[in-house]
Write a protein that binds this ligand. Sequence first.
Ligand SMILES: [Zn+2]
Length: 299
Amino acid sequence: MMPWLERPWQQLNTSFKAGRFHHAQLLAGLQGVGKLALAKGLADAILCENTSELLACGQCKSCALIAAQTHPDKLLVSSEGATIGVDEIRAIADFIYHSAQQGGNKVVIVHQAHKMTHSAANALLKTLEEPNAKRFLILTCDDVAQLPATIVSRCAKSDIAVQSEPQVRTWLMQQLGDYAEQPWINLFMSQPLKIEHWFETGQVEQINQLFHSIDTLNHAADVSQCVELLIKSPELVNEMGRFVQGRIKQALYDGADFAKITVAQQALVDFIKDHQQIPGLNLQLALLKLFTALKQALQ
Ligand SMILES: [Zn+2]
């Protein structure tokens, strides 16, 4: 278990052993903090026939089915896309309604529940309003503000976050060795699995390139490669924003003109707002506008 998941797990285990474990659990925290790993661990523990702890024993028949990834009483609902639709949520009601094939508990994980459409959330609410014995629902959510309050209020919520940077640093060194020494790593300490994912998928090259482009950004810099990279991988726009924020801070520290820095800061705020709120935004134009403002400020 990742060390920062230990504490929330302990709390859940305490309520489990006291017979107070809620049928609907909400794990809330930043993307890349390990919510899905914890949700899967909890699901396995709920299905395990050994119920002395909220931990899968690894020995029983249920645990063998889990290890073979063929446990019929476990359902994971998730979406690679932007939304989770109503059909996927209705399937949960069907799944829960039928009796457990192994005669024990049934568990559903809804990963990134904030992606649910309005009607999907309404369908889930119905399921939450009619709790069934031996049926458990575990939701993960990157941003609770995006979940209807009616859903949040029907779940037991656990906030998942890293507890200390040294702890994360040690963990990253164990996973990645010397590769964990990147100049940008401090900016993502609260999302360790995000960092791990970049290394596993090879995307770390792009992150390095992006960081370097922003770090060396000045009035004479050529930003065409950086723009090209972001057009190709628009999912990295938020990371770029964080690098720009760092670069602006550094410029201020180095004694750059305050008025110009304010203009650069505003350009970044405008860009992020447009990026989030304008569907079909011309990303290339928006990026060029941002970088032009930044170049003028970072002389
Ligand atoms: Zn077991």
